[in-house]
Design a protein around this ligand. Structure first.
Ligand code: NI
Length: 131
């Protein structure tokens, strides 16, 4: 499956953006606040590699537990899907457990995303392609 981006947890979004810029990354999509997940998201890119910076702005965010445990770190690879419902079903059959139902992501043009866990890989994300 084609990779869309790598998700990267950061404790301080603005400082992380500056530090990635110093490594040669450019902002691909400015900061967006996802109020459902209580996170800020910013996409940066370097030579075709797209990193999604994710930072909680509230202690009840969907990633607060992860960031407390792991600190600043990459934590998922996101793959593009032409048919997210079909692919989730296929991945369930291949041993993945869906973390939640596919939900629209404001930071991704309201395309649906779904996180899945596999015992040999950890977490991945599926992102439906723009139609
Ligand atoms: Ni992602």
């Amino acid at each position: 499956m084609k990779i869309d981006h790598i998700g990267y947890l950061v404790k301080k979004m603005d400082r992380a953006i500056k530090t990635f810029e110093n490594l040669g990354y450019r902002i691909k999509q400015d900061k967006v606040r996802d109020e459902f997940r209580k996170i800020d998201i910013c996409f940066v890119e370097n030579d075709g590699y797209v990193i999604e910076l994710i930072s909680p702005y509230d202690k009840d965010s969907t990633v607060s537990g992860l960031i407390r445990k792991y600190g600043n770190c990459p934590y998922h690879i996101c793959y593009c899907s032409d048919d997210i419902d079909r692919d989730i079903e296929k991945m369930r059959e291949a041993g993945y457990l869906a973390w939640d139902a596919p939900l629209e992501a404001p930071a991704c043009g309201n395309r649906r995303v779904c996180f899945l866990i596999h015992p040999d890989l950890g977490m991945i994300e599926l992102l439906e392609n723009r139609i």
